[in-house]
Design a protein around this ligand. Structure first.
Ligand code: PLP
Length: 398
């Protein structure tokens, strides 16, 4: 009897949501590199979608995971016992945030952080109107899907949350729509899946101002932009605004599943009363995830990785020039490389993978190729990555 391959098992027994998954069987990952079962080496140009910020299999993260796993793993539902990894990581996070972001609720994922934050906004304001943005992505659960910025993905799952209004990013109609009935405005500081779209700095300040005037909570989703990718620890620092609730995920867990919504303790207290247990999670803030995330953040800060990001952005822009590229939009070590069409982009992505670079497109910008390598990438490796992308473009057009 011939053994069934993992490839067959993958297609037979794992729920599939993509009609064309990459379907590469990986063996191991180290630093910026992934290795498949044939020992083919790839540069991870997307960090597992912005998770492996300090690279794969970092020794300090592995040690933190091992030590915590030996001490204890899950003990009880969130918020009952005092668990050192949770409190230590919460302290490290708030020490690196503005004063009003002083209380952390750890979740399992980014989507759950979005859910928790929207619930908190409803409780704090006693209102239900939510303002969100076209081409935004906040997660795939039904609340998060309600604020997702595309009717194409929302439609099949209706009815969703009522009283949600979508506007174009950087459009002043959004400012005008913020009123005394609004619970919250939810936005990504830099729209990721739209293909790296930055806010106009005056527009986002006006959003902040109108929220203040109407006691509306501003929720900033930095799940993808967080932890140095944009050149500052969090992107909001570059736009001189402070959100009322900050959403984190992805790199937060250092490769382990973890999300968080962070707010002022006075706001967070709304989840304690009437009803109690305003948000419940069994695994949120898992001690092993918190230990891993804290080790990752300590490494990021200790190695001063953020310091080099703007320089690496410059190198990326200088090196990644090709007549078939329409534009390279960047924000730190994060780029959307735009081509004429999805078909061209798709063909280039396939070539990149064949040539040893893992990349992908963006959900709402499928003609853009994604570049978001681990922040530990050296300038030489970054140039090599860009050269492989250019070679792949040539391969498509030869
Ligand atoms: N928000 C943003 C900006 C994201 O990019 C994502 C995931 O891609 C999420 C929220 C949802 O996070 P998760 O997949 O952990 O639920």
């Amino acid at each position: 009897m011939t053994a069934i391959s993992n490839r067959q098992l993958f297609f037979n027994h794992l729920g599939q949501t993509s009609q064309a998954p990459m379907g590469i069987e990986m063996l191991k990952a180290k630093g910026i590199y992934l290795y498949d079962i044939n020992n083919k080496k790839y540069i991870d140009a997307i960090s597992g979608f912005s998770v492996a910020n300090i690279g794969h299999s970092n020794n300090e993260i592995i040690t933190a995971i091992q030590q915590q796993a030996e001490q204890y793993m899950h003990l009880i539902v969130y918020g009952e016992f005092i668990q050192q990894p949770q409190v230590a990581y919460a302290k490290l996070l708030v020490d690196n945030l503005p004063k009003i972001l002083n209380c952390v609720y750890f979740t399992n994922s980014g989507a759950e952080a979005t859910e928790g934050a929207m619930k908190l906004a409803k409780r704090v304001t006693n209102r239900s109107k939510i303002i969100a943005f076209n081409h935004s992505y906040h997660g795939s659960t039904q609340g998060a899907l309600s604020v997702m910025g595309s009717e194409y993905w929302r439609n099949a799952y209706r009815p969703l949350l009522p009283n949600v209004y979508h506007f174009n990013f950087n459009n002043e109609n959004a400012i005008n729509a913020i009123d005394e009935n609004t619970a919250c405005v939810i936005l990504e500081i830099v729209q990721a899946e739209a293909g790296i779209i930055q806010p106009d700095s005056n527009w986002i300040k006006q959003i902040r101002k109108k929220c203040n005037e109407n006691n509306v909570l501003l929720i900033a989703d930095e799940i993808q932009s967080g932890f140095g990718r944009t050149g500052t620890l969090f992107a909001f620092e570059q736009f001189n605004i402070i959100p009322d609730i900050l959403l984190l995920g992805k790199a937060l867990g250092g490769g382990m599943p973890l999300g968080a919504f962070i707010a002022d303790k006075k706001l967070m207290n709304a989840l304690t009363n009437n009803p109690v247990l305003g948000h419940i999670t069994t695994f949120g803030g898992h001690p092993v995830s918190c230990a891993a995330g804290k080790a990752a953040m300590e490494f990021l800060l200790k190695e001063n990785l953020i310091h080099s990001i703007k320089e690496k952005e410059k190198i990326l822009k200088q090196t990644l020039q090709h007549q078939k590229i329409k534009i390279v939009r960047t924000c730190g070590l994060w780029a959307a490389v735009e081509f004429d069409s999805f078909e061209i982009n798709h063909a280039i992505i396939q070539k990149c993978i064949a040539n040893g670079v893992i990349t992908d497109w963006f959900l709402f910008a499928d003609n853009c190729l994604r570049i978001a390598p681990p922040l530990i990438i050296t300038t030489e490796e970054l140039v090599m990555l860009c050269n492989i992308v250019k070679q792949s473009i040539d391969d498509v057009f030869k």
